[in-house]
Design a protein around this ligand. Structure first.
Ligand SMILES: Cc1cc2nc3c(=O)[nH]c(=O)nc-3n(C[C@H](O)[C@H](O)[C@H](O)COP(=O)(O)OP(=O)(O)OC[C@H]3O[C@@H](n4cnc5c(N)ncnc54)[C@H](O)[C@@H]3O)c2cc1C
Length: 449
């Protein structure tokens, strides 16, 4: 059986960064990814712009490898960098070209000498003895089964697959009825008349969620639209169960990413329901595109450029040694063993109605995420990062965003490498040492930094 210091399961938003940081920390690392491409929800489900690189006072809250990827993208025309959010929802937005990001991520992974990669391969079983995972079992697209061993495993599968396969309990969706935020199929549209969109906002700002500056007459520069309320709410033919259009300017001229479809009351954890969600997503994309061309003049000459995989906002939350809750997020709480800083509103797309819920709108603070929120209660050599960390349904609505997932991935890679080198479990490491190594890689762990 091949043996590594660290295995990272899942090469998505969190996992790509975890694999890079683990390998750069000197650990012999394996990355296992189900698909043959990297970037996960961002690049395959076309989800963006990326948030949040900047927090309160518009100062950086995420650094190191995630920022390095943005710098590399800017250099090849694949990102506009960090721009102001005209909706005043986040402190910055970072639009990226998803396919350019995928190729940058892939080449960074291939360049690491300590890193081996297997793609088209899923983790299907876990061999556990007591509080330790002894090995993982994988199956590739050709039906070949393989076992791998490592000192520390990072579960970056988005759905906490390794955690569940190891027999650990997880929570699903919201506490009251276990329903999750709706799924969405995003799609990119080309040849949109963005000047016309800016005119629409300028003529009737009340028809959009916009910043005070734009409401008071400032022209929208970067186009981020949460609105066209009148057109959507008065339409008898609007094909989606929601109250607005949500779309964001892309990197190329006239391109927008449409984040408006909504697939409700289906579980992404059930294969048949996930298939049904994909079918409904494809149907909604076509119906919405036709509606846009007919009803919104700026889309008259638009075309569909790309359609994403079905996007899963929420599925499982691990039962961690500590849980992030909405009070931590709203108060901007500090944590004893912070490994990442987030800063995003509690943005809940309702699991069963057409609305978006924002708890304490306009109060968006830097908040810290504790290592113990990434550690399952009963498995000692497993770190969970990304979407399924230990959080309440409401807190998850702020911690789930991709740049926070990347920051967690970076820290997890460093911690896993440290633990492997010291023959310790992640929870046994000295926090001062963890912090020193994260900061040395450019990471940020202090909400006030
Ligand atoms: C519709 C929608 C809109 C969003 N809007 C935004 C936004 O505007 N801005 C923003 O920043 N964030 C947004 N998000 C949130 C964000 O994109 C995700 O929460 C984040 O990307 C999740 O990252 P992750 O690494 O946890 O999971 P993922 O990126 O999904 O990565 C998981 C990876 O693991 C792989 N995998 C899964 N199971 C296995 C297995 N058993 N074995 C091996 N590999 C496996 C998958 O193929 C995938 O590559 C949105 C999400 C959705 C769905």
């Amino acid at each position: 059986m091949k043996t590594y210091d660290v295995i990272v399961v899942g090469g998505g938003s969190a996992g790509v960064i975890a694999a890079l940081s683990s390998a750069r920390s000197g650990a012999k690392t394996l990355l296992v990814e189900s698909k043959t491409t990297f970037g996960g929800t961002n690049t395959n489900a076309l989800v963006g712009p990326l948030v949040p690189f900047l927090g309160e006072s518009k100062t950086p809250i995420v650094g190191g490898i995630p920022q390095e990827i943005i710098d590399d993208l800017i250099a090849i025309g694949g990102s506009k960098g960090h721009v102001d959010d005209p909706i005043d929802f986040a402190y910055s937005l970072t639009p990226v070209d998803f396919k350019a990001m995928q190729i940058i991520q892939a080449n960074k992974l291939y360049a690491e000498s300590n890193l081996e990669i297997v793609t088209g391969t899923s983790v299907t079983a876990v061999e556990r003895e007591g509080a330790r995972i002894q090995a993982i079992q994988t199956l590739n697209e050709f039906g070949t089964a393989t076992r791998y061993r490592a000192s520390v495993i990072i579960d970056a599968s988005g759905d906490a697959d390794v955690t569940r396969l190891s027999g650990e309990a997880v929570n699903i969706g919201r506490e009251s009825d276990h329903k999750s935020q709706p799924m969405t199929m995003c799609f990119n549209v080309g040849n949109v008349d963005l000047e016309r969109v800016r005119d629409d906002v300028a003529k009737n700002p009340d028809n959009f969620a916009v910043s005070d500056a734009i409401r008071n007459g400032e022209r929208m520069n970067y186009v981020a639209i949460s609105g066209y309320f009148d057109e959507v709410r008065s339409s008898k033919t609007f094909p989606i169960q929601r109250d607005r259009l949500l779309f964001f300017e892309g990197v190329q001229e006239g391109e927008v990413g449409m984040n408006t479809t909504r697939i409700m009351n289906l579980s992404s954890l059930n294969p048949e329901e996930l298939q049904q969600a994909t079918i409904e997503g494809h149907q909604q994309v076509l119906a919405l595109f036709k509606w846009l061309k007919a009803e919104i003049p700026a889309f008259k000459d638009a075309y569909i450029k790309d359609v994403g995989d079905i996007g899963v906002r929420e599925s499982t939350h691990i039962v961690g040694r500590k849980q992030l809750n909405e009070y931590d997020v709203l108060s901007g709480a500090k944590q004893d063993k912070s490994i990442a800083v987030g800063c995003y509103p509690i943005d809940i797309h309702s699991p069963d109605s057409s609305i978006m819920e924002f708890l304490e709108e306009n109060i968006v603070r830097n908040f810290e995420i504790d290592l113990d929120m990434c550690l399952p209660q009963n498995v000692d050599n497993l770190i969970v990062v990304g979407r399924p960390i230990s959080a309440t349904h409401a807190a998850h609505a702020a911690s789930r965003v991709s740049v926070t997932c990347m920051a967690l991935g970076q820290s997890a890679g460093i911690i896993a490498a440290l633990a492997a080198s010291q023959a310790l479990n992640p929870h046994e490491l000295d926090y001062a040492l963890i912090k020193q190594h994260i900061v040395a890689m450019g990471g940020i762990v202090d909400r006030d930094q």
